[in-house]
Ligand binder design. Structure first.
Ligand SMILES: Cc1cc2nc3c(=O)[nH]c(=O)nc-3n(C[C@H](O)[C@H](O)[C@H](O)COP(=O)(O)OP(=O)(O)OC[C@H]3O[C@@H](n4cnc5c(N)ncnc54)[C@H](O)[C@@H]3O)c2cc1C
Length: 452
């Protein structure tokens, strides 16, 4: 009999694992259970769907169950795996369309249950018009509400990248005033204040009201949301999008006896294997190693989920430790109106918390030669370990930030020092950057800080 692989969760990690497993083992039987009505959803595109920039909804679904079936993968949507018995290697599944309970069995299992948005338990969070944004079905609900009620005032709660992208795209729809309320001192809390302030100034330039240091205490309304209250202030709101964070979805893993790490996500080894026999895990439900600090951490990102899915799918299909997942540098990039905003490795605060004696340098440079038409400002901060000069982190905001953050991510990955960066042979021509890349400029400033 063919070996049977079951995968729980069908977005980035689950579908990547399924496709890899099929490629490396044409014989294995693969069934994937997915609670949402679609598999293979491009969740990273959801903010842009809100502004109608993407157009057809179907563009955000990379592959349908029928396409998976043609590749010998059974993808069952609207099916929630409710219990796993790891001793008998059996699972209980609820078909959400019919409420029917099904039993299934596996030889090998991959958990790819992802993460879920946190909706704070404050009064009024159940009002109509208060939304989170995680799934395509959330975006459907937001757009349905916008079309039905034509809101004039939107409040985005939370200044992480999902909140920032939501604010931009609600504004870009036209016809809405947008405010963003953030509990901390700055938006983009994973960044140091210098970078975050550049983002805040740009949001204001683009007409988004930014309120920091404000913890929302109540959504007010009469069935529908009418306002958001914090301290003695109130903002009128006809719609609110809450992006105050996400948490790993580990209820099923936990009740099955899978070990969790300090971050609350599932602990796996370098082969994406959990502590249970024949069970792997991948994606946003899993903890990883931060290569900048060498410590465990949680990095819920789409590219990382795909890379982990590749390793878990390969190893589950071969039944061997064929591939390893080394860890991540936590590299992110997102767009805030005209700016790219990127980070890799540790912020200065994170470096200090991880026990490093860190030094940093900040520069403002240009995205093209200063005389070349279209040159725009770009901010870059580099953080390095004082004793060795090793680059621990980078943050960049402005035009061309996507390129700079990737150069820095490679440097962090390769454990390069600021001295290496000063001599990097990077490409140059006036339409693409200044004669010395902002990375080289920042490394030179860092050298004067460290070699003082
Ligand atoms: C608005 C938004 C923008 C983003 N932008 C970016 C970006 O620009 N770059 C980036 O790198 N990342 C981005 N991300 C993050 C990225 O989307 C996630 O990291 C990625 O989707 C994680 O994939 P996953 O498969 O691990 O988990 P998920 O996407 O969370 O999918 C897990 C799936 O498993 C299902 N499931 C859970 N439990 C069960 C169960 N018991 N039975 C059956 N099914 C179950 C869930 O319903 C869910 O559909 C963004 C996310 C959002 C929400």
């Amino acid at each position: 009999m063919a070996t049977r692989l079951v995968i729980v969760g069908g977005v980035a990690a689950g579908t990547k694992a399924a496709s890899r497993a099929r490629r490396v083992n044409p014989e294995i039987e693969i069934t994937l259970y997915q609670e949402e009505p679609e598999v293979s959803i491009s969740e990273c595109g959801l903010p842009y769907f809100l502004s109608d920039m993407i157009g057809a909804r179907s563009k955000l679904v990379a592959r349908t169950p029928e396409e998976f079936a043609r590749n010998g993968i059974e993808a069952r949507t609207r099916c929630r795996v409710e219990r796993i018995d790891p001793e008998r290697k059996r699972l209980s599944v609820c078909d959400l369309a019919t409420s029917e309970k099904l039993e299934d069995a596996y030889d090998r299992l991959i958990i790819a249950t992802g993460a879920q948005a946190v909706l704070p338990s404050i009064p009024g969070s159940d009002l109509d018009g208060v939304f989170t944004l995680r799934f395509l079905t959330d975006a459907d609900r937001i757009l349905g509400y916008v079309k039905e009620r034509s809101p004039k005032k939107a409040v985005v709660v939370g200044g992480g990248y999902v909140g920032l992208e939501a604010a931009e795209n609600l504004k870009n729809r036209g016809g809405m005033e947008v405010s963003l309320v953030q509990s901390g001192d700055h938006v983009a809390a994973a960044f140091d204040p210098g970078a975050a302030e550049v983002v805040e100034d740009h949001l204001r330039e683009k007409g988004v009201e930014v309120v920091t240091g404000a913890r929302v205490e109540e959504f007010e309304g009469d069935g529908h949301i009418r306002g958001v209250r914090f301290g003695d202030r109130r903002l009128e709101a006809d719609i609110a999008v809450v992006g105050v964070g996400i948490q790993p979805r580990v209820d099923l893993a936990e009740t099955t006896g899978m070990e969790l790490g300090a971050s609350g996500a599932i602990r796996v080894d370098r082969y994406m294997k959990t502590n249970l026999p024949e069970v792997w895990a991948a994606g946003d439900c899993v903890e990883s190693t931060n290569l900048a600090s060498g410590k465990p951490g949680w990095f819920p990102l789409g590219d990382t989920a795909n890379q982990m899915g590749r390793v878990a799918g390969t190893n589950a299909a071969t039944g061997e430790n064929t591939l390893e997942f080394p860890g991540v540098t936590g590299t992110i990039v997102f767009k805030v109106f005209d700016f790219g905003v990127g980070k890799s490795g540790l912020s200065e605060r994170e470096a200090q918390n991880a026990g490093f004696d860190a030094a940093s340098a900040e520069i403002t440079s240009t995205s093209r030669a200063a005389y070349y038409p279209g040159a725009e400002r770009v901010y870059l901060k580099l953080i390095a370990e004082r004793s060795t000069g090793r680059i621990l982190g980078a943050q960049t905001v402005g035009a061309g930030a996507d390129k700079l953050v990737d150069v820095c991510a490679t440097a962090i990955w390769g454990r390069l020092s600021y001295r290496d960066l000063i001599n990097l042979d990077l490409a140059y021509a006036p339409p693409f950057g200044p004669v010395l890349s902002p990375v080289i400029q920042a490394a030179s400033v860092l050298s004067s800080v460290l070699e003082k």
